[in-house]
Design a protein around this ligand. Structure first.
Ligand SMILES: CC(C)(COP(=O)(O)OP(=O)(O)OC[C@H]1O[C@@H](n2cnc3c(N)ncnc32)[C@H](O)[C@@H]1OP(=O)(O)O)[C@@H](O)C(=O)NCCC(=O)NCCS
Length: 179
């Protein structure tokens, strides 16, 4: 725990409008809503399947068993004023590259898009990554994902030229930012 809020709750990062903090089991429905809202071009393993899975109960189990670690992970993004959770933003292990060059990842419920929340939350994550000693961060994004590419450009990520072709779900572009 880094800095406790006034209510003694764990806060990992804070911006003008947002706090980033661990998910609560009671917020499993928020995560599931994000699953339901995903673009049809997102690969099936990240979308609700025909049987309705993952269910809220399954996601509750994931939150309950999430390891408490020193790494940031993908914390909930909560609006300070309203106190509601709008999505997540954080760092994940780099699937293709070095361990000390993690990937930035973010996702918000659609009703909160276009208000600068992803950029604001990600800027805080970049600041933390910098002070944690990371030298470079990566991001992968589908070519059709204009909103995410807009956020990554605003944050200073640049395209590396590496592309993973995927005719079905859209090519994945690899971006990088030096900290
Ligand atoms: C990507 C995402 C998190 C952006 O959240 P957000 O809070 O709306 O982002 P911001 O408001 O901070 O910035 C979005 C930027 O993209 C731009 N943008 C949004 N939609 C766009 C579009 N269709 N075409 C071009 N630019 C677009 C916005 O104009 C904005 O830039 P601006 O401030 O210069 O105008 C949100 O769209 C999302 O959750 N998408 C689904 C999950 C996802 O794609 N995650 C990333 C996977 S790589």
């Amino acid at each position: 725990m880094e800095s406790p809020s006034a209510h003694g709750r764990e806060i990992l990062l804070e911006t003008d409008r947002l706090v980033l903090r661990p998910w609560r089991v009671s917020e499993a429905a928020v995560q599931r809503e994000m699953w339901t809202e995903r673009d049809p071009r997102v690969p099936p393993h990240r979308r609700i399947d025909a049987a309705g899975r993952p269910t809220v109960e399954e996601i509750e189990g994931w939150i309950r068993s999430a390891p408490r670690s020193d790494s940031l992970g993908l914390p909930a993004v909560e609006r300070k004023g309203a106190g509601d959770v709008v999505g997540y933003c954080g760092l994940i292990a780099n699937r293709q590259g070095p361990d000390d060059e993690p990937e930035l990842a973010f996702e918000l419920l659609r009703r909160f898009w276009g208000q600068g929340y992803a950029t604001e939350a990600a800027q805080a994550v970049l600041g933390r990554a910098r002070t944690s000693g990371y030298r470079r961060l990566w991001a992968t994004v589908r070519d059709w994902n204009a909103a995410s590419r807009g956020v990554l450009a605003k944050l200073g990520f640049v395209e590396t030229g590496r592309i993973e072709p995927d005719e079905v779900h859209g090519d994945s572009l690899y971006l990088m930012k030096r900290l």
